[in-house]
Design a protein around this ligand. Structure first.
Ligand SMILES: Nc1ncnc2c1ncn2[C@@H]1O[C@H](COP(=O)(O)OP(=O)(O)OP(=O)(O)O)[C@@H](O)[C@H]1O
Ligand SMILES: [Mg+2]
Length: 506
C-alpha cells in the first residue's frame, strides 16, 4: 500500500517524503525504487497545518482551526527516511546502499511481515525472540545469542527502565539452550527469577586464595594504613594459607608479629580487631573452607551469585577473582581442545560462558583503577578467542570505562535523558546515528534501541516483560506506610489488652 511519495532532493543515504498519514519515528517503510525495493527507517516526522501556520492571535487561531478541520488538504505530513539498504540483500544479511538516490516521485510503501520477518526475526536456534518492533508491532524482534557470548553486550538505561528485565529474558532463553550464564546480583534482583535451571547462591570469597592486599580490602583495612597492611602481608604466610584453621593461624602470626616487631604492637592489635570483625560480620561470605568458589558455579545453568551482602571493595575483590578464574578455565578448555598441554587438570566449562556484571559503573569505572576493571578489560579483549562473553549493565554509562564500553559489540539502550550519558554511548557505538540517539529520551519502559552484532539492523523494539519476575518494581511507600500503621494499631490493641489482662490478674 502506498503511504507516501519521495519529494525534494534525495541522497543515497536518505530521502524526504510526503506521507498520507503521520508516520512514527522508528517505523520501517519500503521505498519502491527503480532499482528494487529499499528498506528505510523513519528518522524524523513532522506534521504541519497550512491554516494554522503564522497565526497571530487567539481569535485567528480559533478561526483557522475551523478552516483546517474542513479542508482535507490542510495537513502536511513530512518525514525524513534513512536508507538502510536494498531489501533483498538485507534479507540475506548483506547491507548494500543504492549508488543512485531514489528518484523524487518514488512511492513509499508500508513494510509487510513478508518484507521484515526475515531481517528482524531470522530462523535458527541462535535467534531468540525478545520482543516486537516498537513501530511495526506485528513483527517479531530477535537477537543472535551467539553474539552475546562472542562479542559482548552492554545494557544501558536510566534506573527502572527494564535492564534487569532484559537480563532475565536472556537468562530464560540461555537456560532453555543449556547455556552457562553467571550473573553477579548486587541488588537481589534475580532472587526470584523463574528459570528451570537456576543455581542461586551467595558469592563466596576464600581468604586462603587471596593475596595480602586483596585480603586487606576484604577485611576492610584502610588503604593508607601502611603499618596494618604490612602486618597482614608479613603474617599471611604459606603455612597460614594451608593451615587447618586459617583464621586462628593468621591471628597467631599477627600477634607474634606485633610482639616481636618494634613499634607494631598497636597496628597488630588493630588488625586482630579487623579480622575478628570480618569473621563475625561476613561469616557467610568469607569462608576459608569453601574450596575454590568457582567450583560452586554449575555448567549448563543460570548461576546467580548474590553479592548484595558485600561492600563495594569486597564485591570488587570477589568479582575480579571470579573473572580472572573464569577466563583461565576457558583458556585451559580451549587449549586442551587444540591439543595444547594445560597445567590445570580440573578446568571446568567445556563450552562457552557469559558473565553479567550489573552496576558496571561501580566495578568498571572511568578514570580509576579497580581489579575488576583490569580483568573485565582482559575478558573483553580475549573473550572472543576463548568463549567467554561479558555483559555490562549500568544506569550511568558516562561513568563506565570507555575502553571496556567500546569493546561491547552489541548494545541495548533504553531511555536515557542525560546528555553526557548519551554522548558516551554515541562515542562507544558507531552504528548509533544522531537521529536514533535523539530518540533515547522519548522511549518508554521496556522500549530499547538494539544495535551491533546481535541484530541484522539497528532496531527499536519493545522488550517482552518477564511476568514471573517478582522484584524490580518500585516500592509502594504509601501502601506500606498504611500497612505499618495498621500493624501499629494491632500492636497497641494487643498491648492494651495485655495491660488490662495484667490488671485483672492483679
Ligand atoms: N519490557 C517491559 N515491559 C513492561 N514493563 C517492564 C518491562 N521491563 C521492565 N518493566 C517494568 O519496569 C520495572 C523495572 O524494571 P527493571 O527492574 O528491569 O529495571 P532496571 O532498569 O533494571 O532498574 P534498576 O536500574 O533499578 O536496576 C519492572 O518491575 C517492570 O514492572
Ligand atoms: Mg536492575
Amino acid at each position: 500500500m502506498t503511504i507516501g511519495v519521495v519529494i525534494g532532493e534525495s541522497k543515497p543515504t536518505e530521502v524526504i517524503a510526503q506521507s498520507s498519514r503521520p508516520l512514527s519515528v522508528g517505523e520501517y517503510v519500503i521505498i519502491g525504487s527503480q532499482d528494487g525495493k529499499i528498506l528505510g527507517l523513519v528518522e524524523k516526522s513532522a506534521i504541519s497545518s497550512d491554516a494554522l501556520t503564522n497565526v497571530r492571535n487567539f481569535d485567528e487561531a480559533v478561526e483557522s482551526k475551523e478552516v483546517a478541520e474542513i479542508n482535507s488538504r490542510d495537513k502536511n505530513y513530512k518525514v525524513k527516511i534513512g536508507i538502510l539498504g536494498f531489501l533483498d540483500k538485507l534479507q540475506k544479511g548483506h547491507v548494500v546502499i543504492p549508488a543512485i538516490p531514489p528518484l523524487p516521485g518514488t512511492s513509499i510503501l508500508e513494510a509487510t511481515q513478508h518484507d521484515l520477518g526475515m531481517i528482524f526475526g531470522p530462523v535458527g536456534n541462535e535467534w531468540i525472540k525478545i520482543g516486537l518492533l516498537l513501530r511495526n508491532s506485528n513483527i517479531e524482534a530477535k537477537i543472535n545469542i551467539n553474539k552475546i557470548v562472542s562479542r559482548h553486550l552492554a545494557i544501558l538505561a536510566m534506573t527502572g527502565m527494564g535492564k534487569s528485565n532484559l537480563v532475565s529474558l536472556i537468562a530464560k532463553h540461555v537456560a532453555t539452550l543449556n547455556g552457562t550464564l553467571i550473573i553477579f546480583d548486587y541488588h537481589n534482583d534475580y532472587e526470584n527469577l523463574d528459570v528451570a535451571k537456576i543455581n542461586y547462591m551467595m558469592a563466596k570469597i576464600n581468604p586462603r586464595l587471596l593475596p595480602a592486599d586483596k585480603l586487606a580490602e576484604v577485611i576492610e583495612l584502610r588503604e593508607n594504613a601502611d603499618k596494618q597492611q604490612r602486618v597482614l602481608r608479613e603474617s599471611l604466610t604459606d603455612s597460614v594459607k594451608q593451615a587447618k584453621d586459617f583464621w586462628s593461624s593468621l591471628k597467631e602470626n599477627v600477634t607474634t608479629f606485633g610482639q616481636t616487631t618494634k613499634g607494631y604492637a598497636d597496628s597488630a592489635s588493630r588488625v586482630l580487631d579487623k579480622i575478628d570483625d570480618a569473621q563475625h560480620r561476613f561469616s557467610d561470605i568469607l569462608d576459608p573452607d569453601c574450596g575454590d568458589p568457582v567450583d560452586l558455579i554449575k555448567e549448563g545453568r543460570v548461576n546467580v551469585l548474590n553479592i548484595a551482602e558485600l561492600s563495594e571493595r569486597q564485591a570488587n575483590a570477589g568479582l575480579s577473582y571470579y573473572l580472572q578464574e573464569l577466563l583461565q578455565h576457558r583458556k585451559e578448555s580451549v587449549w586442551e581442545k587444540k591439543g595444547k598441554s594445560t597445567h590445570r587438570k580440573n578446568y571446568k566449562f567445556l563450552a562457552p560462558i557469559s558473565v553479567i556484571v550489573e552496576e558496571a559503573h561501580v566495578f568498571i569505572p572511568k578514570g580509576e583503577h579497580t581489579d575488576t576493571k583490569y580483568w573485565a578489560s582482559k575478558v573483553a579483549r580475549e573473550g572472543r578467542k576463548f568463549g567467554i562473553g561479558l555483559c555490562v549493565v549500568s544506569q550511568r554509562p558516562r561513568n563506565i570505562d570507555p575502553n571496556v564500553l567500546s569493546q561491547m559489540g552489541s548494545l541495548a539502550i533504553m531511555k536515557i535523558v542525560q546528555d553526557d550519558d548519551q554522548q558516551q554511548i554515541a562515542s562507544a557505538a558507531e552504528s548509533l546515528s544522531k537521529d536514533l540517539l535523539s530518540q533515547l529520551s522519548s522511549l518508554n519502559i521496556g522500549d530499547a534501541i538494539l544495535i551491533g552484532q546481535w541484530v541484522n539492523l539497528p532496531s527499536i523494539v519493545h522488550i517482552d516483560e518477564v511476568k514471573s519476575r517478582k522484584s524490580g518494581s518500585d516500592l509502594n511507600a504509601v501502601s506500606e506506610w498504611n500497612q505499618t500503621d495498621k500493624f501499629k494499631d494491632i500492636a497497641k490493641e494487643t498491648t492494651q489488652g495485655l495491660i488490662q489482662k495484667d490488671l485483672l490478674l492483679d
